[in-house]
Design a protein around this ligand. Sequence first.
Ligand code: HEC
Length: 202
Amino acid sequence: MSTITSGLQGLALAALATAASGAGMQGTTYGFGTTPSATELARFFSPHPDGRGLPPGSGSVLEGKSVYQQQCASCHGENLQGGIGDRLIGGRGSLVNADPKKPPVKTVESYWPYATTLFDYIKRSMPLTVPDSLTDDQVYAVSAYILEQAKIIPEDAIMNAESLPKVAMPNRDGFLPDRRPDRFPPAARAPHQDLAIAPAAK
Ligand code: HEC
């Protein structure tokens, strides 16, 4: 190892040590910021495809319809056909086709592999002008409505932390985990990758 590299590593280690000893007192060390509380950190969860991290609560298709009409339709269209915001449904089977003149139609219905992403995305970023304003029940409900309009779940379905991860998205098999063992050794694979979304490599 050259002196320069080991010197740099020494610096990096020193920086780490400083950060570690400063944990809990950023305010005094740097003069700004505070240490986030456990409650604050919990707000930045990101649910996994298998449902880990989804909050309590639930919502029906009917409740979701009313959330959608009041808070989403102005941008995504009365029939989820898009407008200022993306088209949310349709296009199933259009991503891979032999006709070069047929453009792929990328929507929640045709593209997204996991229903839990819908909850995460809507909770964090929608409605565009007031993100993070919906309750968890409203997010479950409006996710249910979009999935029902996409004919993925039935009209009487209730979405919650148990049912949402079980929704089989039409394009789930369109995504393949990276199977290069040198890049992603089995030990480094996230637990959700055990949810087989593609046949195991021979
Ligand atoms: C003010 C306009 C506006 C409103 C209101 C709005 N959206 Fe959006 N939405 C957008 C835009 C613009 C995008 C694209 C954002 C991007 O690509 O960065 C988007 C993207 C999305 C996507 C991702 C689509 C995709 O395929 O990538 C979803 C899902 C979504 N919105 C759901 C909702 C829901 C549910 C509501 C109501 C609770 C809502 N939106 C309200 C403008 C809006």
